[in-house]
Design a protein around this ligand. Sequence first.
Ligand SMILES: NC(=O)c1ccc[n+]([C@@H]2O[C@H](COP(=O)([O-])OP(=O)(O)OC[C@H]3O[C@@H](n4cnc5c(N)ncnc54)[C@H](O)[C@@H]3O)[C@@H](O)[C@H]2O)c1
Length: 257
Amino acid sequence: MKLKDLFDLKGKVAIVTGASSGLGTAFAEAMAEAGATVVCVARRKDRLIEVAEKIKKIGGKVLVIPTDVCKEGQVKRMVSETIKEFGKLDIIFNNAGITGKPVPVHKYTLKDWNDIITTNLTGVFLCAREAVRQMVKQKSGKIINTSSMFGQVGNALFPTPAYCASKGAISNLTREMAIEYAPFGINVNAIAPGFFRTELGGADAWDEAIKILAPTVPMHGVGVPDDLKGTAVYLASRASDYVTGHILVVDAGYTAR
Ligand SMILES: NC(=O)c1ccc[n+]([C@@H]2O[C@H](COP(=O)([O-])OP(=O)(O)OC[C@H]3O[C@@H](n4cnc5c(N)ncnc54)[C@H](O)[C@@H]3O)[C@@H](O)[C@H]2O)c1
């Protein structure tokens, strides 16, 4: 097979959750640029429509399905509408997530804990479960979860206990699902990003945060979402068929220290 064919996603159908901003928008664009049909998912319909318009301009086929990933019924509808429209599901990016305010454990409320675990972990479980039900029937599929480098190490800069716990759990859910679904030809991997300027924690927070974060990164400082497009296409394509249960850290050396 030619190298460029290994990365070609023509004819594939991809769902991207959290597509209305940040890394999810970059993943959606990357899927479309590599030839896939993209289903853009998040809660804000207006923002999803903006992303869809951009994707149409680059020639991609796109569908918007507003969905709260914490709501089981909405997640079921997200997958069933995708199948109704396109007949299959090849790729899913379980990417929607929140970070919460920096608060140490002894001051953390149960409500804040539950909010983060429900969105980041239960949301990934619900979306992965619905997707894999379809992929098992197809005997193929690529599941890509967004973990974090803070699923590998503790956060030494700001206290984010629920976030770190949720991302560590996503990484191990990824490994567990990889083993469970290997016999069905389904690859399950995760991307563990370092620091990327997005709207995570609030778009306005980044001007100040970047001053603290950038010097801690060995290479390039804080990244931009486009830095993850290549990783996204790799894990979604034939190029990564022999890779499963892997947590691909993309952090410009932060966790190498
Ligand atoms: N930006 C970083 O530095 C960084 C680093 C590591 C991991 N991540 C992870 O990347 C993922 C994307 O974050 P981002 O940085 O692009 O932030 P972002 O805030 O720009 O994007 C998050 C997306 O998730 C969506 N979302 C949140 N809750 C949702 C829900 N209940 N239902 C549906 N959609 C929901 C938001 O609407 C948005 O589209 C998250 O899982 C985050 O934890 C980000």
